[in-house]
Design a protein around this ligand. Structure first.
Ligand code: G3H
Ligand code: 13P
Ligand code: ZN
Length: 330
């Protein structure tokens, strides 16, 4: 058993309590490799933001849990070396079973998500409760989910979303004992969230997708005052990255993400964790494609992963400062 406390990590309890009070959301950025982790830590230190390092089951398979744990331990030391000690959570994203969650808890994770959202309600309650009972023995925090997001969640793909039912949240939270709740109010996973035909043009000629269901969020907040809410599928799919990827040989569809002003509004509410993965993938891919296209003789990975890391850092700094509001909150 390796405790996260010995790795210099924290669970999500205190940072969520502060985020709700302060009207901001803590960034939860997914990582699978060194450059992504460096960019996240550099950006969060530069903006003095707390951070949740998020590892999917796919990331575990790709990168190895021992390496990921030691990278997270190193991230704390790296942050201090860069000059600022920020709170760091190591979190399992979309845990699919009790065994996966237990394995992460036993391997130094300070927070886990058990995603039973696709199960019948009573099965979701039973599975989530089992994970909470084990996690809380080790002071590890647990995120549950009610409602289904469209898109791909760790190899499970849902074509249609089902909004969270506000009438279920009190029963779910009290019977499971979860520390935070992921909800479905119109976001979805992956880069292909909305097609232009679903959007309307605003006065500035920008395509705006259907708004998030803030009415559902408000109802959930009424039912669970002061309880930490989590928003998955919150990438904004910056057009400049999609255009750059396609300019340099990519074939991405024309796609629209979640507008930043809607995320800002959510962050001011009880939403205290916002999950972003796809935007990081887009930023990295755009830069790698640009370098490989414009400098075809280049074959040193540092020469294309370095610029990708720089762009990622810039993007995360922007999100912390202008979207989530987590800058200067560490
Ligand atoms: O919610 C899903 C995350 O973006 C993780 O994706 O399973 O491809 O690592 P992944
Ligand atoms: P995006 O695909 O919108 O980045 O969402 C990531 C996510 O929710 C990870 O759990
Ligand atoms: Zn997710």
């Amino acid at each position: 058993m390796i405790s996260y406390k010995d790795l210099g990590l924290v669970n999500s309890k205190e940072i969520f309590a502060k985020a709700i009070k302060g009207g901001y959301a803590v960034p939860a950025y997914n990582f699978n490799n060194l450059e992504q982790l460096q960019a996240i830590i550099q950006a969060c230190v530069a903006t003095k933001s707390p951070v949740i390092l998020q590892v999917s089951k796919g990331a575990r398979d790709y990168a190895n849990i021992n390496l990921l744990r030691n990278m997270a331990r190193g991230a704390g030391e790296y942050a201090r070396e860069l000059g600022y000690d920020i709170p760091i959570v190591l979190h399992l994203d979309h845990g699919d079973s009790f065994e996966t969650c237990k394995d992460c808890i036993d391997n130094g994770f300070s927070s886990v998500m058990i995603d039973g959202s696709h199960l019948p309600y009573e099965e979701n309650v039973a599975l989530t409760k089992k994970v909470v009972e084990y996690a809380h023995k080790h002071d590890v925090t647990v995120e549950g989910e009610l409602g289904v997001l469209a898109g791909i969640e760790d190899e499970v793909s849902h074509e249609k979303s089902t909004y969270t039912k506000p009438e279920e949240v009190v029963d779910f939270v009290s019977r499971t004992g979860v520390d935070s709740l992921a909800i479905s109010i119109g976001t979805s996973h992956g880069a292909n969230k909305f097609v232009p035909a679903q959007c309307t043009l605003n006065e500035e000629g920008i395509l705006i997708p259907p708004p998030l269901r803030f009415d559902i969020l408000e109802e959930i907040e009424k039912q669970l005052p002061g309880f930490p809410i989590v928003l998955h599928g919150s990438s904004s799919v910056p057009r400049e990255y999609v255009e750059k990827i396609n300019k340099y040989g990519g074939k991405l569809k024309d796609t629209i993400g979640i507008p930043e002003d809607q995320l800002r509004r959510a962050a001011k509410s009880a939403v205290c964790k916002i999950n972003i993965d796809s935007d990081g993938r887009l930023a990295m891919t755009a830069m790698v494609r640009e370098v490989l296209h414009t400098k075809p003789a280049e074959f040193d990975p540092r020469k294309y992963l370095g610029p990708a890391r720089e762009e990622l850092k810039k993007m995360y700094m922007h999100k912390n400062t202008n979207v989530l509001g987590s800058a200067n909150q560490a």
